[in-house]
Design a protein around this ligand. Sequence first.
Ligand SMILES: Cc1cc2nc3c(=O)[nH]c(=O)nc-3n(C[C@H](O)[C@H](O)[C@H](O)COP(=O)(O)OP(=O)(O)OC[C@H]3O[C@@H](n4cnc5c(N)ncnc54)[C@H](O)[C@@H]3O)c2cc1C
Ligand code: FES
Length: 272
Amino acid sequence: MKFTGYFPIVKKEKITDSVYRFAFHSPDISSEAEPGQFVQIRTSDDYFPLWPRPFSIYDVDTKKGEFSIIFKIFGCGTSRMAKFAEGRKIHIFGPLGNGFDPIKGDRPVVMAGGGVGIPPLYFLAARSIKRGYPAEKITFISGAKTKEDYFDDGCLGDLGLNLIICTDDGSRGIKGTVVDLLENELGEKKTVYACGPSGMLERIDTLLSEKSIEGELSLEALMPCGFGICSGCAIKTMPDDNRGPTDDNRDFHLKRVCVDGPVFKAGEVIWR
Ligand SMILES: Cc1cc2nc3c(=O)[nH]c(=O)nc-3n(C[C@H](O)[C@H](O)[C@H](O)COP(=O)(O)OP(=O)(O)OC[C@H]3O[C@@H](n4cnc5c(N)ncnc54)[C@H](O)[C@@H]3O)c2cc1C
Ligand code: FES
C-alpha cells in the first residue's frame, strides 16, 4: 500500500557539508517499506520545483514509526531540502517501486553502492541481518567520488559485515572505483546487489554477464511523477513474453523505472 501526506522531520543530521540524513515520522510508510523502495518528496510548497524528487528509504524504526533518508545536495530541490528545520512537515508519497528480492538461503552476497546508491543497500543489508542472514557473508563495497560525497553516517560499520570503503581520489578508504573493487570480489559465485550511477551499473552488468553471475541493479532516473503515469522514467529493456501494447514488434521492451523498477535483474536493461 502507498501513503501520501505531510510528515514531520523528526531528526535532521548533517553528515558532511553536502550530505544530510532526515528521519520522518510516518508509522504507515515505515511499516510498509521494503529495501530498494523509495519515496517521492516535494521540496517546495509552491510551484518551483513543481515535481517531487525520489529518495531511497535508508532505514526504518517501526517501533517509533519513523523512516529515514540520506541525501546529497545536487540541484535546486535538494538545496532547499537541506535548509528545512526539524519539525517541518513535508509532502511525501510512498513507499514506491518494487525493491530488491529478499536474500535467499545463505549464499554469500556482494553489495556494491556508489554515492546515492548506498542508502537502499544499507537497508537491504540491515534487514537481512535482522532476519537471520549471517553478516559475515555480506561484502559491502561502499564508494563515492570524494570523502565529501561519501554517504555512510557510520551505521554500515556497525552491521558486522565485511565493509570495503573506496573513493575515486583516495580521500577516504581505498583509492579506486566500486567497479574496480567489485572485480576482486567475484572470484567465487556470489549474488551481487548494486545501486549507483548508470555508468557504474552498466559496467557491473557487463562484468556479471561475462562471469555468469546473478545480480540485481537498482537504477537512477529522472522521475517526474514516480507512480507510472508520465513515462518520464522509461528505459529500454530486453524483450520478454509480457510485451506491452506500445512496444510490439520492437526489439526492446519499454519499462518505467518508477513502477517496474527501480530494481532490475542483471542482463535485463539495454543501456544504449
Ligand atoms: C529511485 C531513486 C532513488 C534515489 N535515492 C537517492 C538517495 O537516497 N539519496 C540521494 O541523495 N539521491 C537519491 N536519488 C537522486 C535524487 O533523486 C536526485 O539527486 C534529486 O532528484 C536531485 O534533485 P534536485 O532538485 O536537487 O536537482 P535538479 O535541480 O533536479 O537537478 C540538477 C541537474 O541534475 C539532473 N538530475 C537530477 N536528478 C538526476 C538523476 N537522478 N540522475 C541524473 N541526473 C539527474 C537534472 O536533469 C539537472 O540537470 C535517487 C533517485 C532515484 C531515481
Ligand atoms: S516517473 Fe512518471 S512514469 Fe515513472
